[in-house]
Design a protein around this ligand. Sequence first.
Ligand code: NDP
Ligand code: X2W
Length: 345
Amino acid sequence: MIKAGIVGGTGYTGVELLRILATHPDVEVSCITSRSEAGMAVADMYTNLRGYYDLSFTEPDVEVLAGCDLVFFATPHGVAMRMAPELLARGVRIVDLSADFRIRDLDVWARWYGMPHETAEWAAKAVYGLPEVAREAIRQAELVANPGCYPTAVQLGFLPLLENRLVRTGHLVADAKSGASGAGRQGKVGMLHGEVGESFKAYGASGHRHLPEIRQGLEQMAAGRVGVSFVPHLVPMIRGIEATLYAELNDPADFDRLQALYEERYRDEPFVDVMPFGSHPETRSVRGENSCRMALHRQEDSPVVIVTSVIDNLVKGAAGQAVQNMNIMFGLDERAGLRVPALLP
Ligand SMILES: NC(=O)C1=CN([C@@H]2O[C@H](COP(=O)(O)OP(=O)(O)OC[C@H]3O[C@@H](n4cnc5c(N)ncnc54)[C@H](OP(=O)(O)O)[C@@H]3O)[C@@H](O)[C@H]2O)C=CC1
Ligand SMILES: CC(=O)N[C@@H](CCC(=O)OP(=O)(O)O)C(=O)O
């Protein structure tokens, strides 16, 4: 059995890791941390986990975490970059769900995250863990930077277009919406039901921290400069991200082969589902599931291809993708622990 630790076990992504790992055949969670709830039994705090874990939250302690084979960081930005190096030096592999190791250019990272980066060495060694793009590198990685939630939905939607150089890359558009769990579990007035319910708004329209992450990924796919406008929105639901993506084809005649191209690109991907042309994937179809479900659209004879892409922000956008990365790192069946269909209705 692989011994896993979770730093930040009381947050939404931490408890989602626990939910997924509860039935994973090859993993035992041996350590889970919370500073505020140290001493409390996991099953007392999260009653859905009663009967699955005989484990209590503990203060984060490197000595204890060093006994794990792999540690997940489900912590706010800035925590993993300080704690991970010592664990890595002691041979523990890491999947970081925060953004600490996602951005290659550390000046860009410091600008968007408002603090200097503290470990250039590990930032350079980290592998950006989007399995559909970097599976081989993830296999060997000591440190995986788990992609952000919006960046996962956006990058997977654009990937076949960019890899095949089919679209103009000067001005892609990503119009994305998220449920409130994307903001985490800490109390914030803007996330109260009374503020989010019966309302809908854009935020971060003049620049969200996921913009440089999305641009970095798209530029790698396109092997060149990419311009992208990304605007997130907050919708009155708990889980889910929907991204509607727009790109202009270099040659509109390529429309005829796009559906087949997407189906072929993702045919062997266990967690990407290309729906029939013109379908409208819904967030509820991936609720609790580690999938990105997408569909292609065209309006009359426009040269613009529209891709609609949905994920569960806590699963394919965070904890599920983190477990997928762990499975790849340890040579397990990539689907282990993740073969759970979405909750409907
Ligand atoms: N929510 C989402 O949809 C997604 C979140 N993420 C990222 O995953 C990470 C976790 O997110 P989420 O679960 O929503 O966050 P939460 O705010 O819900 O939880 C954060 C967790 O980290 C712990 N923590 C906070 N500060 C520290 C610290 N200094 N040292 C150790 N532990 C600490 C908290 O427990 P305690 O304070 O008791 O120690 C808590 O358990 C974030 O970086 C987030 O951006 C990524 C993709 C999607
Ligand atoms: C609704 C909401 O607030 N969403 C969060 C994004 C989710 C998240 O935690 O971002 P990472 O994937 O980078 O960790 C936000 O806009 O900051």
